[in-house]
Design a protein around this ligand. Structure first.
Ligand SMILES: Nc1ncnc2c1ncn2[C@@H]1O[C@H](COP(=O)(O)OP(=O)(O)O)[C@@H](O)[C@H]1O
Ligand SMILES: [Mg+2]
Length: 329
């Protein structure tokens, strides 16, 4: 049995709002093994970003509540103080976001930001040594003319180059996990493919586990080994990428896969799942996907299903699958 580097148990994140306490991540269980690439997929608003912010201790402390356990190599980060979380962030768990401009400081050169990141985490490194490491890292993420780039400002770079700098920033302290939240969503398709290629090769070279958060199943197919599918704050399916693409179980997963544009088939209109993700304040009782589901029956509208393990190794949260019946759709 592999030991997970991250083991999230019954994670529940709620926000205190004008409309009362809104739970946006509910009972989320998943793990990430060392060196593995795990995908978290689901439409916008399903709680993917809040899940990752909860792991990093970045949900606003005064207006939110995080329950459950976030076990990082056995240590429960949900109970860690801010001082400890500052060590974890960047050093032990790195993170990159969709829009690199929000995490890069426009007033400082690329080099000074990388050098600072190195020296915050290891005070013994001299400025000169840190500069050498920074240039090395820029080369590693495939940036040309790294020794000039180090003196440039974020706005002088293209979007794809900025995202490479962000990856360099996140990887420079050799984190054990890299959380990438829609890292390629803002980029055009060619650049997106290059960034994914880069992340795959960094994962292989450094053995850093990656949590790839995306609404795009194409991204998942490209880089992940295992995925969890989230819907309305819950995990509705979990399994190996190949199993899920070949044989998706949850009607939501099936819908997501059918919505992926297929270049080989020319269709006039692309399939899309009818309806919308429910807002956290107005979740239906019963199965949260039932109002959008073509297979919903009476029970689905009344009772919420649990996540069940199937003999195939996949897990699914759906009343269509019971102990006796595992293959319905
Ligand atoms: N600070 C907040 N206060 C209240 N609600 C929030 C806050 N942050 C996110 N939400 C809500 O939580 C839900 C999940 O959001 P998010 O995790 O960003 O979704 P995703 O990343 O899957 O698109 C959304 O309905 C969003 O409006
Ligand atoms: Mg998000």
């Amino acid at each position: 049995m592999e030991t997970p580097v991250l083991d999230v148990k019954k994670l529940k994140t709620s926000f205190f709002t004008d409309d009362g306490l809104l739970t946006v991540v509910n009972d989320v269980d998943f793990h990430v093994n060392a060196g593995e690439v795990l995908g978290i997929v689901g439409e916008s608003g399903c709680g993917k970003s809040v899940t990752s912010l909860s792991i990093m201790g970045l949900v606003p402390a005064l207006t939110s509540k995080v329950e459950g356990e976030i076990l990082f190599k056995g240590e429960n980060l949900a109970a860690a103080n801010e001082k400890r979380m500052r060590q974890v962030r960047g050093n032990e768990i790195g993170m990159i976001f969709q829009e690199p401009m929000t995490s890069l400081n426009p007033l400082f050169t690329i080099g000074s930001q990388l050098i600072e990141a190195i020296r915050i985490h290891n005070k013994k490194v001299s400025k000169k040594q840190a500069k050498v490491q920074a240039i090395d890292m820029l080369k590693k993420v495939g940036l040309p003319r790294a020794d000039e780039l180090i003196d440039e400002y974020p706005h002088q770079l293209s979007g794809g180059m900025r995202q490479r700098v962000m990856i360099a920033m996140a990887m420079i302290c050799h984190p054990e996990i890299l959380i990438a939240d829609e890292p390629t969503t803002a980029l055009d398709v060619t650049i997106q493919a290059q960034i994914l290629e880069l992340m795959k090769s960094l994962n292989k070279e450094t053995d850093t586990a990656i949590i790839m958060i995306t609404h795009d199943l194409g991204v998942v197919a490209e880089v992940c080994q295992r995925i969890i599918v989230m819907y309305a704050g819950k995990v509705v399916e979990e399994g190996n990428v190949s199993d899920i693409f070949k044989n998706p179980k949850h009607p939501y997963t099936i819908g997501l896969i059918q919505s992926v544009p297929d270049m080989r088939e020319k269709k006039d209109r692309l399939f899309s799942i009818r309806g919308n993700v429910p807002k956290p304040g107005s979740l239906p009782i019963g199965c949260q996907f039932a109002p959008r589901c073509d297979h919903a029956h009476e029970k689905c509208l009344k009772e919420a299903p649990d996540l069940k393990a199937l003999s195939s190794g996949q897990k699914v949260r759906c009343w269509l699958y019971t102990e006796e019946k595992e293959q319905i759709i």
